[in-house]
Design a protein around this ligand. Sequence first.
Ligand code: URA
Length: 233
Amino acid sequence: MRLDKLLAHSGFGSRKQVKELIRKGLVLVNGEVIKNDDYHVDEESDEIFIDGFQVDYQEFFYIMLNKPTGVVSASFDKYDSTVVDLVSEYDFVKLFPVGRLDKDSEGLTLLTNDGKLCHNLISPKKKVEKEYYVKVKNKLSDEDIVKFKNGITLDDGYTCQSSILKILDDYIASVIIYEGKFHQVKRMFEALGNEVLNLKRVRIKNLWLDETLPLGGYRELSDEEIAKLKEEK
Ligand code: URA
């Protein structure tokens, strides 16, 4: 990889800024000052220092965000602030959210630059579990559980895969779905004549929302969490 690209990807500034640092002789590769920015380094084995700091190259980033309402699940939006704006300290990498969470929904949002993991988590073929806590307008019933299990037909005629409804309280439930249609959970309840008042995602596959994160709070995943998310079923 080019030295300037690696440094920019590691958060030492824009491509232009790191080129300047390189030209000034502030960058050492294996103990040698390197002044040409198109110099190629081996990110696995070369020892790189910039202005006395050792560069710890990391290719992929995995951030768990407790999304608040009012923020859109996108990398960019003309009008609203996005989940990527909330983690702006990582703006040296191109993070994107894994799957959608509506503007008025909150909870677990995973942000990464690892396209392969993202694909494996959102592809309908992989049938990855997504779990939500919902508060609804009308009282829940055991019949609803059966309807979720049998597959609810949405307003556009699409019949959802079998899903799991667990009633936690008269108006509060956990819903586990295996696909990610537009506004799916809200539309499933609408099809039953009910209405979702609050929706919070708490789990994607085996990754639970860290409830110690305040709304808008975020942290990097641990190595163990990343390894578990990458496990084949
Ligand atoms: N289903 C919805 O209706 N909204 C979400 O944000 C996520 C799932």
